[in-house]
Design a protein around this ligand. Structure first.
Ligand SMILES: C[S@@+](CC[C@H](N)C(=O)[O-])C[C@H]1O[C@@H](n2cnc3c(N)ncnc32)[C@H](O)[C@@H]1O
Length: 311
């Protein structure tokens, strides 16, 4: 009886062949055939050669080239609403940036931005490049990535303060930035690190105004930039609507294009006790990050002169 049930499951439930509805996109040129065997108590063995459902990242031809099939992650696709979500920090079979870097940006966010607002060979700048996620996405999409950070994490990142980048005026086609959100994480610990400034202090906003002014300086007219940030909440301290505050500063320099909410999938959000504490303490865990998409448009928005500096 059990064997009969097992056998019918084995024969019916498995997606034989390459079912297009299970594929992420294009067909695989020669589908890998995987032997799958079922043993009956009598010793009888059934082996079928499966054309496994082809889930691979259509954006990364390397995967196809190396015959690597990614079974775990959904296909990377352009997000179409203002609520963005992807279940992994990285796309494809490789890693963008460093998975051990605390505070790294989910790479699908940068991938979506570059697909929508840049073209091949465009120069993309990340003034606070951290583990280099932006640079890796740039490589995948054939953009020229230029990464800067106070504490370069790898060789292709140039040491610089985001308030004073070694770049010509209007030399970049897109800028992405994921700044420290107050003092939640410790980065280099350097004096100039904006992550040492509390978002309840004026110093944080003064520093971020200088960073945004520098983005304005290096960005070409009619091109886009994006800032990724979360509000700041610490138990026992007042809530800081950091997103609204930074959006307000951005508005002095750029025309808003859109505001996106990106669902957070941090490991800490998987801890049951964090959720229990949030209920007991009557507060909320951060469930999303803002992504502010802005456009430089000198005809309509001229930042106050005291905000600007020229090289
Ligand atoms: C949230 S992390 C960026 C993460 C990065 N996008 C990634 O995916 O790895 C913020 C970064 O800002 C850098 N940083 C802080 N203050 C800075 C400053 N004044 N100039 C340049 N980088 C700074 C930190 O060193 C840290 O690497």
């Amino acid at each position: 009886m059990v064997w009969r049930k097992l056998r019918s499951w084995f024969l019916q439930e498995i997606p034989w062949g390459s079912d297009p509805s299970l594929c992420s996109g294009q067909a695989f040129p020669s589908p890998p055939q995987t032997p799958l065997s079922l043993f009956a108590p009598s010793g009888l063995r059934i082996t079928r050669f499966l054309h496994l459902p082809l889930i691979y990242d259509r954006t990364c031809p390397m995967n196809l080239h190396n015959n690597k099939v990614n079974f775990g992650k959904p296909a990377l696709e352009l997000q179409t609403t203002t609520l963005w979500e992807y279940p992994s920090q990285h796309y494809g079979t490789s890693v963008q940036g460093d998975q051990n870097y605390k505070g790294a940006t989910p790479s699908f966010v940068i991938w979506n931005l570059l697909r929508r607002y840049t073209r091949e060979n465009d120069t993309v700048v990340d003034p606070m490049c951290g583990s280099g996620t932006t640079l890796d996405v740039c490589k995948d999409l054939k953009r020229k990535g230029r990464g800067f950070d106070l504490a370069p994490y790898r060789n292709d990142i140039v040491k610089a303060d985001a308030r004073s980048l070694p770049l010509e005026d209007e030399s970049s086609d897109f800028v992405f930035i994921d700044p420290p959100y107050s003092t939640h994480l410790t980065y280099s610990g350097k004096e100039e690190c904006i992550g040492t400034l509390d978002a309840r202090s004026d110093a944080y906003y003064e520093a971020m105004t200088e960073v945004i002014a520098e983005i304005y300086r290096v960005l070409r007219d009619k091109r886009y930039c994006a800032l990724y940030v979360s509000d700041s909440f610490k138990k026992g301290k007042p809530f800081v609507p950091l997103g609204f505050e930074l959006f307000n500063i951005l508005g002095h320099f750029f025309r808003p294009v859109d505001i996106v909410c990106v669902v957070r999938h941090n490991q800490t959000l998987k801890r049951r006790n964090w959720h229990n504490s949030a209920v007991e303490g009557n507060y909320f865990l951060r469930g999303f990050n803002y992504l502010f998409i802005m456009k430089k448009d000198v005809e309509t928005i001229r930042p106050p002169k005291h905000f600007l500096k020229r090289k």
